[in-house]
Ligand binder design. Structure first.
Ligand code: UGA
Length: 449
């Protein structure tokens, strides 16, 4: 089937490459010529495990092409809208500028009976408005139909999530649209992936609600972590116990400096904003609180860092390990790691940052110094902060690192460090939610004899 994908960010580029992998002919359209140029040559414009191979295979097969010209999408039977829907400048709602631009560009070029499928995260009700606009703009009698097929892929797992999704949601208004989408996904469906057919608005809400649930879970666990700290309890054991309850499950229970990225924070705000518009104030209040708890984690980390610098951060040397919003990604959008590093720099600390993939985002910043290795970031540091859950940090040798820092004080903002070797190597290790870990490790060692 000939398919177009409008918008080639993480979502669109991965989806386009997955469609080509399944044997479809795919044209990816984007307004950014640089991105299109890279993709067309099989070069991944972002770090995403497995994506470069999938892209290169698609391009080499001749089934996957890219262009800035929306006219190239004209002959496609199915068009996926994968453009970004960022937070509005100066507001909590979603900015749909790119979505409407894609609809306007596509509409006059659509062939008879084309199916336009939204994948972007949008406020509920948008799909119906897209249908209205396409009816206005497309040629009379062309009977263009809109469907919504939300995407649940995570950065860092985008390829795996695309090729082996948990579920496929088909928001459709007709059997014909469902049949067309089933044909698009026939190879995945053959693997037995659950499919849920529903209406357009429920499909739109499915995505926003999934992100709101995940964000809420993280904020709940971060509140529990703060209570653990106050009660000198152990958040890791607590989440282990909670996760063993089959009704709760173990995922999204990692405490730390909070969630970030280009999706969870802005989708949560957009959901609150849309719920308020719909008159559902309780939803806006609940998700507002989830957002507030999340922002509070960043401040809590900055406060802890300041305390460990005797409340005199000015001129003090701080190593920030991690800039990406999560591991296995080079994305720094709304990154808690970068927010903490930036706040400490604003307080006058001399902050050196190392991230395995995201350091390039620091080029040109005068407040933060990008480093090429953990050791250079930590050289002479009076405080070390682990801010992104990279595996590289989890396996650091505390003895070796202890030789390069000025003071062996570390804040584990992601609970990735094993306290025992760090404490044995003479480090004071602080982790959000672990109470006073040194005391607990000492007590455990005493009990062990
Ligand atoms: C999120 C959703 O998980 C995807 O299902 C969704 O498709 C995507 O947004 C989107 O809307 O496009 P993503 O932004 O890639 O995916 O990131 P997550 O893996 O969900 O992590 C989000 C943030 O939460 C990260 O900062 C991560 O470090 C943090 N997190 C995650 C925690 O603090 N604790 C956890 O237990 C899990």
């Amino acid at each position: 089937m000939l398919i177009s994908v409008l918008g080639t960010g993480y979502l669109g580029a991965t989806h386009a490459a997955a469609l080509a992998h399944w044997g479809h002919d795919v044209i990816g359209i984007d307004v950014d010529p640089r991105r299109v140029h890279l993709l067309a040559q099989g070069v991944a414009p972002f770090h995403e495990p497995g994506f470069a191979d999938l892209l290169q295979d698609g391009v080499a097969s001749g089934r996957l092409t890219f262009s800035t010209d929306p006219a190239r999408a004209a002959e496609a039977e199915v068009h996926f809208l994968c453009v970004g829907t960022p937070q509005l400048d100066g507001g909590d709602g979603a900015d749909l500028t790119a979505l409407w631009a894609a609809v306007e560009a596509l509409a006059p070029r659509l062939r008879r009976g084309a199916l336009v499928v939204g994948k972007s995260t949008v406020p509920v009700g948008t799909a119906a408005r897209v249908q209205e606009r396409l009816d206005e703009l497309s040629a009379p009698g062309h009977e263009v139909e809109v469907a919504w097929n939300p995407e649940f892929l995570r950065e860092g797992h985008a390829v795996e999530d695309s090729l082996r999704p948990d579920r496929i949601v088909l928001g459709v208004g007709s059997d014909a649209a469902e049949a067309r989408l089933r044909a698009v996904y026939c190879l995945v469906l053959a693997d037995g992936v659950p499919v849920v057919r529903t209406d357009l608005q429920t499909a739109e809400l499915a995505k926003a609600s999934a992100n709101a649930m995940l964000a809420s879970r993280i904020s709940v666990v971060n509140v529990l972590a703060e209570v653990c700290e106050a009660a000198d309890a152990d958040i890791e054991r607590l989440t282990q116990i909670l996760g063993l309850d089959s009704r709760i499950g173990p995922h999204y229970l990692s405490p730390g400096i909070g969630f970030g990225g280009g999706c969870l924070p802005k989708d949560l705000r957009a959901f609150s904003s849309r719920a308020a518009e719909l008159g559902v104030d309780t939803a806006a209040q609940l998700f507002g609180a989830v957002d507030e708890v999340n922002t509070h984690q960043r401040q809590r980390t900055v406060d802890l860092a300041c305390r460990l610098l005797a409340d005199r951060p000015r001129g003090r040397s701080v190593a920030a390990l991690g800039a990406a919003f999560k591991a296995d990604s080079d994305d720094v959008r709304d990154s808690p790691a970068l927010a903490v590093a930036t706040s400490l720099a604003a307080l006058g600390a001399d902050v050196r940052v190392y991230d395995p993939e995201a350091s390039r985002h620091l080029i040109g910043r005068s407040d933060l110094q990008a480093c090429e290795t953990v050791e250079t970031a930590c050289a002479g540091a009076e405080l070390t902060l682990v801010l992104t859950e990279w595996q590289e940090f989890a396996v650091l040798d505390p003895v070796e690192l202890g030789r390069v820092v000025a003071r062996r004080v570390v804040v584990d903002g992601r609970l990735v460090l094993d306290p025992r070797p760090w404490t044995r190597a003479g480090w004071r290790l602080h982790a959000l939610g672990r109470g006073e870990p040194a005391r607990r490790v000492d007590a455990a060692a005493r009990r062990a004899g």
